[in-house]
Design a binder for this molecule. Structure first.
Ligand SMILES: Cc1cc2nc3c(=O)[nH]c(=O)nc-3n(C[C@H](O)[C@H](O)[C@H](O)COP(=O)(O)O)c2cc1C
Length: 370
């Protein structure tokens, strides 16, 4: 019996296995709106065999986008654009669909990665970003403006409005992006947060705004639907955010009903030194789970089925999220199920692909002809 292919319940969302397609920016939206690229991308990965697909970082206001091609959910047009994609996914797959709600803060106004990913100057169509403090991400960059009380309220309200739109779209879950050096992580980390008000200084104060945003979206999203949080468990910089603080954050989130913590790392400082290796972030999921009992997802360089199986079977994490591995092999879940003796749902159009030595891979199927 495969642990990876055993069911799990998040509030009333029943998932048949422990695999999520991690959120992945496509940098291909126009005015924050999805288009035919996203239609193909999302529908393809909806057939991956994962139990849940998380839509890429979806920004709650235009200045909160990382790049001009980033996805948004801040007006009727961005909401309407998602409808046909979701309708198609629902027609052909029973995968749960989550959405990651995000705000880039001082890391907004960037070129797409394939254009170098650096800050876009105002003169070249960039925009003035906002963050916790007037501290640029990189030396020499245009610094963000510090969010004042009105700005904090505006952004929090934008998260709430996006959560309501997500519910109207029928999404099954939300993931709050509090990782990778974006706005909420900027509040958590002493590297980017130099505030002297109630949102800066002590750990309690630095956690305050991300927790306020969590509370606000939790109150706006149906009670039976789960909300997770993606964290960077360390900045990989001496004196920055670390696992001990992440555990305190997870405890606070647990009190507020968080349904999972997706444990990533880094992104707040160009000085980070990351020891990349398969599963290098698994110990963070493990540490958070051990200290708090919160459901965790391990993410980062998990590409092999037996590695994923071991992470879940050994209790290091409750679920795994895969990003690059899913792009490389969009039927990753099928192949993992075949290897581990699990079962996945496949659309009848593809049933005939079931390998002859894997008669139960797609469950009860039949294919008659005359
Ligand atoms: C193309 C691409 C886009 C990404 N966009 C996001 C994103 O929107 N939100 C996020 O939290 N992480 C994003 N990530 C990070 C992944 O979700 C994941 O945490 C990371 O890639 C490590 O997992 P992997 O080794 O399976 O790729 C992105 C990664 C890739 C490769």
């Amino acid at each position: 019996m495969s642990a990876l292919f055993s069911p799990i319940k998040l509030r009333s969302l029943a998932l048949p296995n422990r695999i999520m397609v991690a959120p992945m920016c496509q940098y291909s939206a126009e005015n924050g709106e999805v288009n035919d690229w996203h239609f193909t991308h999302i529908n393809t990965l909806a057939l991956s065999g994962a139990a849940m697909f998380c839509i890429e970082a979806t920004h709650v206001e235009a200045i909160g986008r990382i790049t001009p091609g980033c996805l948004g959910l801040w007006n009727d047009a961005t909401e309407a654009a998602l409808k046909p994609i979701l309708a198609s996914v629902r027609k052909h797959s029973r995968i749960a669909v989550a959405m990651q709600l995000a705000h880039a803060g001082r890391k907004g106004s960037s070129h797409t990665p394939w254009d170098g990913g650096q800050q876009i100057p105002l003169a070249d169509g960039g925009w003035q970003t906002e963050g916790p403090s007037v501290v640029p991400h990189k030396d020499g960059e245009l610094a963000p403006l510090a969010l004042d009380a009105l700005g904090l309220k505006r952004v929090r309200d934008a998260f709430v409005a996006a959560a309501k739109r997500a519910e109207r779209l029928g999404l099954d879950a939300l993931e709050l992006h509090s990782a990778h050096g974006y706005l909420l992580h900027q509040f958590l980390s002493p590297i980017s947060n130099k505030r002297t008000d109630q949102y800066g200084g002590s750990l309690q104060n630095r956690m305050r705004y991300p927790l306020e945003v969590f509370d606000a979206i939790r109150a706006a999203f149906p009670e039976q639907k789960p909300i997770g949080v993606k964290v960077s468990a360390t900045d990989w910089v001496e004196g920055g955010w670390d696992l001990a603080q992440t555990i305190e954050f997870a405890k606070e989130l647990k009190k507020r009903g968080v349904d999972w913590i997706d444990a990533s790392s880094g992104g707040v400082s160009p000085l980070q030194k990351i020891p990349l290796a398969p599963g290098y972030q698994v110990p963070f999921a493990q540490g958070i789970k051990a200290a708090t009992g919160v459901t965790t997802m391990a993410v980062g360089l998990i590409t092999q089925a037996n590695h994923a199986e071991d992470i879940v079977a050994s209790g290091k994490a409750d679920m795994v999220a895969l990003a690059r591995g899913m792009l490389y092999d969009p039927r990753w879940g099928w192949h993992a199920a075949a290897e581990l003796g699990g079962q996945v749902e496949a659309p009848p159009q593809y049933w005939r692909s079931q390998p002859s030595n894997q008669k139960a891979l797609f469950g009860a199927t039949m294919f008659g002809t005359r």
